[in-house]
Design a protein around this ligand. Structure first.
Ligand code: ADP
Ligand code: ADP
Length: 226
């Protein structure tokens, strides 16, 4: 379970404080697929970065099962992030000197994952294993970075516009695969997106506005990707 309470994160904006997160609380059960929607500047990315331990909040608590991440030493936080979490960003961050397969294995080596082959095929990169990132299209690079995150077998998968660089058909394929893998491996997905149609497949839809959660909708029977 992830339990977030009264998160506050502010930035200095001239003489005033700008509240990117203004007392945000949320509970997410294991295996949920959470989608975070909201206008640009509403705090979505800040929320994702703070709950994943990338940035620290001004105040508030973030509890993952037994881990209160604000109380961990830097080394423990690094281990927690390495062993339990994975990230899919809009930008790809593939290592330019490693081929597709080696990039994807980077995540997997941490857990001795035997399923690289399935993951490469699952995201539709079969046959491109030996290419370097600059020899891939934008969409293919995005798929490689998704595969790398999945190869880690995370407990918590954080996604910031994961399908933003993909056409509609490829997005559907990737989301279908993501849901299938989530069913098998039972990880939790927390996804920021502008694409409100993804909300249909989520178990929980959160709307943010001006640094606050203004709406939470639980969906006991999410649709398949359509
Ligand atoms: P969203 O992801 O919903 O577009 P963000 O979380 O990126 O929103 O930003 C929320 C607010 O915090 C915005 O007003 C943004 O300008 C501000 N903000 C985010 N990061 C920083 C930063 N590093 N320094 C100053 N202001 C920031
Ligand atoms: P996408 O819609 O996935 O972004 P593109 O239209 O950019 O696809 O690319 C189409 C095809 O061209 C892909 O199969 C890709 O392998 C190939 N391609 C694109 N850029 C490069 C490159 N720099 N080197 C080699 N092949 C490329």
């Amino acid at each position: 379970m992830l339990k977030v309470e009264n998160l506050i994160k502010s930035y200095q904006d001239g003489n005033e404080l700008l509240y990117a997160l203004n007392s945000v609380s949320l509970t997410v059960e294991h295996g949920e697929f959470v989608v975070i929607l909201g206008p640009s500047g509403s705090g979505k990315s800040t929320f994702l970065n703070v709950i994943s331990g990338l940035e620290s909040p001004d105040s508030g608590s973030i509890l993952y099962d037994d881990y209160e991440i604000g109380k961990l030493q830097q080394k423990e936080l690094t281990l927690f992030r390495r062993d339990k979490t994975a990230f899919i960003f809009q930008a790809y961050y593939l290592l330019p000197f490693l081929n597709v397969e080696a990039n994807i294995k980077m995540g997997a080596d941490l857990k001795g994952n035997q399923h690289i082959r399935e993951i490469i095929d699952g995201v539709g990169l079969g046959g491109l294993e030996q290419r370097l990132p600059h020899e891939l299209s934008g969409g293919q690079q995005q798929r490689a970075s998704i595969a790398r995150a999945l190869a880690k077998k995370p407990d918590f998968l954080f996604c910031d516009e994961p399908t933003g660089a993909l056409d509609e058909e490829t997005s559907k394929q990737i989301l279908t695969y993501l849901k299938k893998l989530q069913k098998q491996l039972k990880f939790t997905i927390i996804m920021v997106t502008h694409n409100s149609s993804i909300a249909q497949i989520a178990t929980k839809v959160i709307k943010m506005s001006s640094g606050r959660i203004v709406e939470v909708t639980n969906n006991a029977h999410p649709c398949d990707v359509s």
